[in-house]
Ligand binder design. Structure first.
Ligand SMILES: Cc1cc2nc3c(=O)[nH]c(=O)nc-3n(C[C@H](O)[C@H](O)[C@H](O)COP(=O)(O)OP(=O)(O)OC[C@H]3O[C@@H](n4cnc5c(N)ncnc54)[C@H](O)[C@@H]3O)c2cc1C
Length: 384
């Protein structure tokens, strides 16, 4: 028998987060999003709720074993309150999974404050000359006595302006493609590190920026995992976390549609509520259908990961389609609100700008389609 239910533990946790998102996040989302101030207060609240340690070791304050479905559910529910804050469990899950390959002292230094929401760690992979083609990166890591020296530039990095440290992907000089790429934990106060703000159309509080590394010394124990294997380590976690980002976009879109439904009930034109017009009600029906279909792609990808089955293609489907579906649904909700949908005092336009980031961040639609097509050609199908 197939079951589409969440476990009772997952459902109870989601209920707690739903209440938190509605009471604590949503009322201040618009104001927070218009500011460059990193939302540490809200992060600490997430830390208290246990959201930032999903799948990370209990000894550092996490929930224990990897739980992809819970990660997706938490992200979706939080996004109804604040798109930017909802990205935290995914980013910290990704960062935390890399720390699992670190020396004990480095784990002890970074994981507890990360899981408590007191500090952040950025992920610096993209460079001015390499984004989609990440393995073409040029930042260099040269072996010296007691460690490495890093030089290069990273760009478009979330949390760059607020991070205590960043995971930096750099290559041994003379190597090509993914061979020879290692990952390092680089404290942002190291000599030779400088960060510069980049202004995006949304996601303002997330401190998006470029980071320069000018002959930065990194001690030996700050290497993540094996030398030359950094690219493989990060890609293993990146694949399923993409479906959680799809759910982030869908949570924001569902909230927008819910607001449009309420508005359509309340607003009268030509003597009738908007719900009486098929031009409005069919829009709601169509976008509700799309959101529902997209949701189940994401949850199926996460469930496949949780049950140890091939999930990469499904996770890529959950990254290219849901952000587009979500953006379309938010736009429909804006149109149903008429001029109020465009007004800066309401959250719809903010969600539209924040969700647009995920058409690009963490891999564009074209790159996800390459992954899906590769899987289809290799295995003949993506279904079980
Ligand atoms: C809000 C935001 C947050 C981000 N946060 C981070 C972060 O924290 N850390 C980090 O490392 N990076 C981050 N990024 C960078 C992001 O991962 C890259 O922007 C993304 O991978 C695309 O790379 P690019 O910008 O260099 O575009 P390019 O790779 O130059 O691509 C340009 C266009 O060409 C298309 N294209 C490229 N290759 C192909 C192909 N083979 N077939 C078809 N089409 C192709 C792309 O889809 C895209 O439309 C973030 C980006 C954004 C917008």
């Amino acid at each position: 028998m197939v079951s589409f239910d969440f476990s009772s533990e997952h459902a109870a946790f989601a209920d707690t987060l739903k209440t938190f998102a509605a009471r604590e996040l949503l009322p201040h989302y618009r104001d927070r999003s218009a500011s460059m101030e990193f939302p540490f207060e809200a992060f600490k609240q997430l830390g208290d709720l246990g959201v930032l340690g999903i799948g990370l070791p209990e000894e550092f304050g996490g929930t224990g074993e990897e739980d992809p479905v819970l990660l997706g559910l938490a992200t979706e529910v939080l996004a109804a309150g604040d798109v930017n804050i909802a990205s935290a469990p995914v980013q910290i899950g990704l960062v935390g999974s890399q720390f699992l390959h670190c020396d004990r002292a480095v784990q002890e230094r970074y994981l507890p404050p990360l899981i408590r929401g007191e500090e952040t760690v950025a992920i610096a992979l993209t460079e001015p000359g390499s984004g989609s083609d990440a393995s073409a990166l040029r930042t260099s890591a040269t072996k010296v006595d007691g460690g490495w020296r890093l030089s290069g530039e990273k760009t478009a990095i979330s949390w760059a302006m607020n991070a205590t440290a960043t995971l930096v992907y750099a290559r041994t000089p003379g190597t090509t493609r993914s061979q020879g790429i290692s990952c390092f934990v680089v404290p942002m106060d190291s000599e030779g590190v400088s960060a510069h703000h980049m202004l995006g159309m949304g996601c303002l509080p997330l401190g998006w920026g470029s980071i320069h590394f000018d002959d930065v010394f990194i001690p030996e124990d700050h290497l993540v995992g094996e030398e030359g294997r950094g690219f493989h380590t990060v890609m293993n976690h990146f694949d399923f976390s993409r479906a959680a980002l799809g759910l982030l976009c869908l949570g924001a879109a569902q909230q927008s549609l819910n607001e449009a439904v309420q508005y359509a009930k309340d607003r009268q034109t030509f003597g009738k509520p908007l719900t009486e017009y098929q031009g409005v009600s069919f829009l709601i029906a169509e976008h509700t259908t799309m959101l529902e279909a997209a949701r189940w792609i994401c949850y199926r990808a996460l469930w496949l990961r949780a049950t140890g089955q091939p999930h990469t293609a499904l996770a890529s489907m959950g990254k290219w389609w849901p952000p587009q579906v979500a953006k379309n649904a938010i736009e429909a909700a804006m149109r149903i609100h008429g001029n109020l949908g465009y007004a800066a005092e309401f959250p719809l336009q903010q969600r539209y700008r924040d969700v647009t980031a995920y058409l690009i961040a963490d891999g564009t639609a074209e790159i996800q389609k390459r992954i899906i097509a590769g899987d289809v050609f290799r295995r003949g199908t993506v279904s079980l």
